[in-house]
Design a binder for this molecule. Structure first.
Ligand SMILES: [Zn+2]
Ligand SMILES: [Zn+2]
Length: 145
């Protein structure tokens, strides 16, 4: 028979550890930027030195399931995470890889119309506008002259 007290203590302890890691990852993402798992690891290690990359990925998975973290991936670039609840889309600079959040309100209607035409339900969608950001465009123009 299970010792209820021991089980509870273990559960509490694991929950506490998880919560501590979750909180640290959310703090790392707190400035609203899109970070790679490696950058999150660096930031979390500043307050919890023993943390591994595997732990960061597991914690990010849990936070994604809860809906506190969103992941962005596109083409060959490394996945980037952000702590935001709002549905949004992205503009990606192909030169400096900077990511900007954009809202495209009309897209929902278009996506739903296409999906319903094909008989799809439970749809999700994400748009990525790829190009060269203002800063990189300016640098390219300066370099060319
Ligand atoms: Zn750029
Ligand atoms: Zn974003």
């Amino acid at each position: 028979m299970l010792d209820v007290k021991t089980v509870d203590a273990g559960l509490l302890q694991s929950r506490y550890r998880l919560t501590k890691q979750r909180a640290a990852v959310l703090r790392a993402l707190g400035d609203g930027t899109h970070l790679s798992a490696e950058t999150i690891l660096e930031r979390v290690r500043a307050e919890m030195p023993g943390v591994s990359l595997g732990t960061i990925y597991r914690t990010l998975d849990i936070l994604r399931e809860i809906g506190l973290v969103q992941v962005f991936s596109f083409g060959g670039i490394a996945a980037r995470y952000e702590a935001t609840l709002e549905k949004h889309h992205h503009m990606l600079c192909t030169d400096c890889r900077s990511l900007v959040n954009v809202r495209i309100d009309a897209l929902g209607e278009i996506a739903r119309a296409i999906a319903s035409h094909e008989g799809y339900s439970e749809i999700d969608f994400a748009m990525t506008i790829v190009g060269r950001c203002a800063g990189c465009t300016k640098r390219a123009v300066t370099a060319a002259t």
